[in-house]
Ligand binder design. Structure first.
Ligand code: TUI
Length: 309
């Protein structure tokens, strides 16, 4: 299958793995790239030195292209932006902000830049700034989210820009893949489905929570602070939502979430930690190698796209 996304990125299938903080390590990124998609290392809130190590490890595991996601609220984002250039990373995706100030440096180094956006306005701004593509991410996603659904966002972004659009949010199988292409996307980005991959290093208790989760098992915290985050409902989200309802201040709320994602991913604390996952978690039923996930989605997706009624 050839789209502008497979051409620009030099990959076999238009499937991109989301750059999830703490979750998307070199193990997962290399496995996705080896399987023909685009693996992405998630810089999250990690220091630049950690991101450099992750890149070097991924390079030792695969000769295929992979990317790095830079979460723009990271205090070391400026340094990480330089590390990717320094290490010769081919693709950068960004999240939770506007990457305009790095664009010139990345373009000069021939890095393909794909900002993740949650609105038409930011997609247009990114195109004007020289982005090679955008990921239009709907509110069905896990982690930090916007408010528009994938179904509504993707076609509106497709109509607003000339660069290729990658759909994200609520996509986890061949049906979601085909639907995204029907909306005009030329690729998909998936996070939640890859959290259950064999190669994904999250704690087994995190994976078990995801596999057990149903359609309505996520909650959105942080709406009052302007940084909404979707994760699987647990003691931590309940406490956070109660504090928010009672009008707690930012400091108090931040105390609860500081290091909470790491707590769930690394330590397996699924009670007090944050288990980020999308609304599509109910479709993710088992642990599987990345290659199996990608092959399954491509065959199911292509069959649907070729079907005539
Ligand atoms: O970035 C994501 N998803 C994320 S980042 C993350 S790490 C984190 N951990 C705890 C709290 C907060 C973050 C977990 N998940 N997705 C891409 C995305 N970007 N979704 C929405 C946006 C976005 C939101 C506002 C992009 C830009 C924006 O504002 C643009 C501006 O002008 O500043």
């Amino acid at each position: 299958m050839k789209t502008r996304i497979t051409e620009i990125l030099g990959i076999e299938y238009p499937i991109i793995q989301g750059g999830m903080a703490w979750v998307a390590t070199h193990e997962l990124a290399a496995a996705v790239s080896e399987a023909g998609g685009l693996g992405i290392i998630g810089a999250g809130g990690a220091p630049a030195s950690f991101v450099r190590e992750q890149i070097q490890k991924a390079k030792a595991q695969t000769d295929k292209p992979f990317g790095v996601n830079i979460m723009l609220m990271n205090p070391e984002a400026d340094e990480i932006a330089k590390v990717v250039v320094d290490e010769g990373v081919k693709v950068v995706t960004t999240g939770a902000g506007n990457p305009a100030k790095y664009m010139e440096m990345w373009k000069a180094a021939n890095v393909k830049v794909i900002p993740v956006v949650a609105s038409v306005a930011l997609a247009k701004l990114m195109e004007r700034g020289g982005a090679d593509a955008v990921v239009a991410e709907g509110t069905e996603s896990g982690g930090h989210i916007g408010s528009t659904t994938t179904m509504a966002l993707v076609p509106q972004v497709v109509d607003a820009v000339n660069i290729p659009v990658i759909a994200a949010g609520g996509i986890a199988d061949g049906r979601g893949f085909a639907a995204a292409f029907m909306l005009g996307a030329e690729g998909v980005q998936m996070g939640t489905r890859f959290v259950a991959a064999t190669e994904c290093i999250v704690h087994e208790k995190y994976k078990a929570m995801l596999i057990k989760a149903k359609d309505i098992d996520s909650a959105v915290t942080g709406l009052s602070t302007g940084h909404p985050v979707r994760s699987i409902r647990n003691k931590m989200t309940k406490e956070y939502l109660k504090l928010e309802k009672d009008g707690a201040d930012l400091m108090e709320l931040e105390k609860l979430t500081l290091g909470s994602l790491r707590k769930a991913v690394v330590e397996g604390d699924v009670v007090n930690g944050t288990i980020m996952a999308g609304q599509i978690a109910g479709l993710v039923k088992k642990e599987q190698p990345c290659k199996e996930i990608i092959d399954e989605i491509m065959s199911e997706g292509m069959e649907l796209l070729n079907k005539t009624f």
